[in-house]
Design a protein around this ligand. Sequence first.
Ligand SMILES: *[C@@H]1O[C@H](CO)[C@@H](O)[C@H](O)[C@H]1NC(C)=O
Ligand SMILES: *[C@@H]1O[C@H](CO)[C@@H](O)[C@H](O)[C@H]1NC(C)=O
Length: 568
Amino acid sequence: MATAVHRLFWLVSVLVNVCSGGELLHNGDLESLDSWVCYKVHCEITTDHHCGHHSLKASQRSSDGSGPGQSFNATQGWLYMVTAWVKLLNDVPGKLGQPLSLMADYTFTDGHRHYDGVVDYPLAQKADGWIQLQAAFKAPNRAIKAAHMTIRGPDAAVDFLLDCASITNIWHGSGWRASADKVIHDVRQSDVNIHVTTQGKLDKSNVQIQVLQKKKSFPIGTVVNAWHYDDQKQSRYRSFIHDHFNWAVHESTMKWKHIEPFEGRYHFELPLRVLGALKKNGLKVRGHNLIWSTNVAVQDWVKHLSGDHLRNAVEHHITQTMNQTRGKLEHWDVNNENLQGQWYQERLNDFNFELTPFRIAHHNDPHVKLFLNDYNIVAHGKMTGAYVAQAERLKKANVGLYGLGVQCHFYNEEAPDPDLIKIRLDMLAKTGLPVWVTEFNIVAADENKRAEFVETAMRAFYGHPVVEGILLWGFWDQSHSRGPHAALVKGDNLEMTAAGHRFLDLWENQWMTDETRVLSKSGSQFTVRGFHGDYEVHVRYQGKDLGNLKQTFTLGETSHTVNINVHV
Ligand SMILES: *[C@@H]1O[C@H](CO)[C@@H](O)[C@H](O)[C@H]1NC(C)=O
Ligand SMILES: *[C@@H]1O[C@H](CO)[C@@H](O)[C@H](O)[C@H]1NC(C)=O
């Protein structure tokens, strides 16, 4: 019996290895120390374990950078999935938690070395028990002679266990495009069933039926610079926003730093005026952001607060801001970039303050959708695993978390990798929460290259079912935090760049529906596959629009039937 089970496992693991590209680590379940390298750290085998029967205990580490590691076969430009389970055996008094990381150390054939942080996990604690570190990453595009992966990060005084380590390669060109096309067909569109009856003697070759999408329902938006938007001279900027986007987010003016730069001196007027104007023009608006946890984002007067003064200031700020915006915003980013920084938690010496701003916000307005918003999640993937863990904590605490914002600022001249985007979105999808791409931008000096990059990223995002909306972090060279090489339009007249043409071709041509059928060819019953949104159906006879037969409807997730009776 045992042998039969063993054989089955063997067979399954062979099949899995063949399909996934194979396990690259040896003795990943740490049943012994075989193949593991323990440099400046003492390693021993213990019986505590997350898989198998043993794990590795790392102690007597000489610095935060030392830990157990193993060499693996890396090929330049290939994609890998790495996972490892770690359990801290002690905390450090006075510290909220410990960073954990996986570091890849590459030696190239030309002798150069390069360290690449593959996983970052902030604020791990002993009380967490076993923690999963996980990431999808790409080996550098340079001939690799040797590669080594080390588990490290916590203070040298912290001992930890390691178990269930694995590195597998993900095939490039894993069919992301076919999968994206299928999602765009199945998830972003529905059937419009047209049933036509005719009265009298009609020449059916002269009856045309047009199914015309007027508006898309998929949220596609942009950041808005409130000062530019509010400037009477910038009507072209405003028009571009109104004409091409259905969502918006204030770039700076809703941040606490701008609303209350000095204690008790409020600046609500400009952001509220711009919010009102955007809504009047049919756009929906995200609120960005209630608090922002990185050190540099906290304004001076708040930095001087501590204890209950700080807690009260946060509560007052959140309730007051939400009082001003209640019913006008669809979303709030509650605690911006809380994986990159934990200023509030550290200042209050309270790890669970991670939950408090959500509790306050959800209590103040149970209808507005509350988000986390962070980077290094999808465009770069060091924190995908930590984001999943944070989302699970917030879900469990039931504090009103609705969705995950992923910023997606790609590096200068970096081509988006659609396979990595897909696998990272797959990782987030396991939380069951919707994902919004909240701050997308691409930087490439060459406009045509920029156009390619924009298209690849858009297809990968729109072609993943977990993505519920996409917002750009800028489109105009004169109002762009990443500079002119990130622009879709340029100059005083907002002239199109190649990237702008490509972007609009996708959203206003390829991913909008406009189909005309001739009755003699289509027959009296036919189906048009249409993108979700608002539609008009027009009937023409001998080239003349029969205005009285026009119909309108909204196409959502279910099919829609249109009955037309043509009589002239
Ligand atoms: C790396 O791959 C080569 C070629 O496939 C193989 O010969 C070698 O044994 C591998 N090395 C390790 C450490 O797995
Ligand atoms: C917010 O509105 C509520 C209900 O109107 C009110 O009781 C509260 O004092 C307001 N809070 C702030 C900080 O403005």
